[in-house]
Design a protein around this ligand. Structure first.
Ligand code: FAD
Length: 307
């Protein structure tokens, strides 16, 4: 990255927020990917407001990430700046049944605080390993719950200014929202929950945790469910019924435990994962006429998706 641009960035964020040439393996749950030119740990909304115009002016590609739990970074890395909204944007405020969380708050952390306040409605989020920003982008959900059901409004940077968008205006759908379509950067989420019984809330979370640990390959690096659920089917079952359970290419494998997960056996490359995904899609389509669509997002290489 040009020194002149780095100098401009240093006027906005502290040096210890900037990591040059980070290995993206260290920032994703897949543990895969080459280096980015620069990663910045964002610590305030103001930094976003100031950085984006500079990156645009200098024609530098940038990508917004949260906890990297739904991300496959290419082996060639990403020639641009990764803005990471995680560790340093983690304030939470709770007044009555209204919960406000900054985009970097982890769902697991929020879940345990919500339990302390005996609020119900967020139990589904307890085992999802991402941030609030990622959860809004993906309309994350599990066990019949999803973000859409509890969001009141979302504070975003829309490329020009910071504004509040109502839940309806976010156009949440199955594992989608307007975030990517409109290149929003999620800064803060306001949610409305309900008063509940703490023991019942804890029991529900314990049930979800048990279902997750017994069925999902949580001890292996992955990005969760690789594919979206096709209408009327389950991706994992289609893959299993296609005889692909346990199939591997290089270090990438269809999980033996849950066929909806592609896992990294330790040394997988992004190429291995993509090749395996390609085969799964072809075999399932040939056998059942169902075209699986990836839930996982790609960053870098030829699939570069840049904000
Ligand atoms: C073991 C495991 C289990 C999982 N279980 C579930 C599950 O039950 N349900 C479910 O829905 N998902 C699940 N996931 C997937 C993942 O945790 C969710 O998609 C989560 O919402 C991603 O959040 P993240 O912060 O990690 O986002 P990232 O992976 O960092 O990013 C995902 C997308 O969101 C965008 N993004 C992230 N933050 C922002 C922001 N602040 N502003 C704008 N865009 C942003 C990124 O650009 C990217 O497009 C699972 C993953 C794993 C590894």
């Amino acid at each position: 990255m040009k020194t002149r641009v780095l100098e401009k960035i240093k006027h906005i964020v502290k040096e210890n927020q900037m990591i040059e040439n980070p290995s993206m393996k260290d920032y994703t749950s897949f543990k895969i990917g080459g280096t980015a030119d620069l990663l910045i740990e964002i610590s305030s909304f103001r930094e976003i407001e100031k950085l984006i115009p500079i990156l645009k002016e200098e024609n530098i590609p940038y990508y917004i990430m949260g906890n990297g739990t739904n991300l496959l970074v290419d082996d060639k890395g990403f020639h641009g700046v990764v803005l990471r909204l995680q560790e340093q944007l983690n304030r939470i405020s709770i007044k009555g049944t209204r919960v406000i969380a900054e985009s970097g708050v982890l769902l697991s952390k929020l879940s345990s605080i919500i339990v302390d306040h005996s609020l119900t409605g967020f139990e589904f989020g307890s085992g999802i390993p991402g941030t609030m920003g990622g959860a809004i982008t993906m309309n994350a959900g599990a066990y019949d719950g999803e973000m859409k059901n509890i969001v009141h409004s979302v504070k975003v940077f829309d490329g020009e200014c910071i504004r509040d968008i109502s839940c309806e205006e976010m156009h949440f759908g199955y594992r989608t929202s307007d975030v990517m379509k409109k290149s929003y950067i999620v800064l803060e989420v306001t949610m409305d929950l309900k008063e509940g019984n703490q023991e019942e809330i804890k029991a529900k979370i314990a049930d979800f945790t048990e279902r997750r640990t017994s069925k999902q390959p949580l001890t292996m690096p992955s990005a969760g469910s690789t594919f979206k659920r096709p209408p009327g089917y389950f991706a994992g079952k289609l893959i299993d019924d296609s005889g692909l359970r346990g199939m591997s290419i290089g270090g990438a494998q269809i999980s033996e435990k849950h066929c909806g997960f592609v896992v990294n056996r330790g040394n997988a490359t992004s190429e291995d994962i993509k090749n395996l995904i390609g085969i799964v899609k072809k075999v399932v389509y040939d056998k059942f006429g169902v075209l699986l669509e990836e839930e996982v997002k790609y960053l870098g290489g030829d699939d570069e998706s840049i904000c």
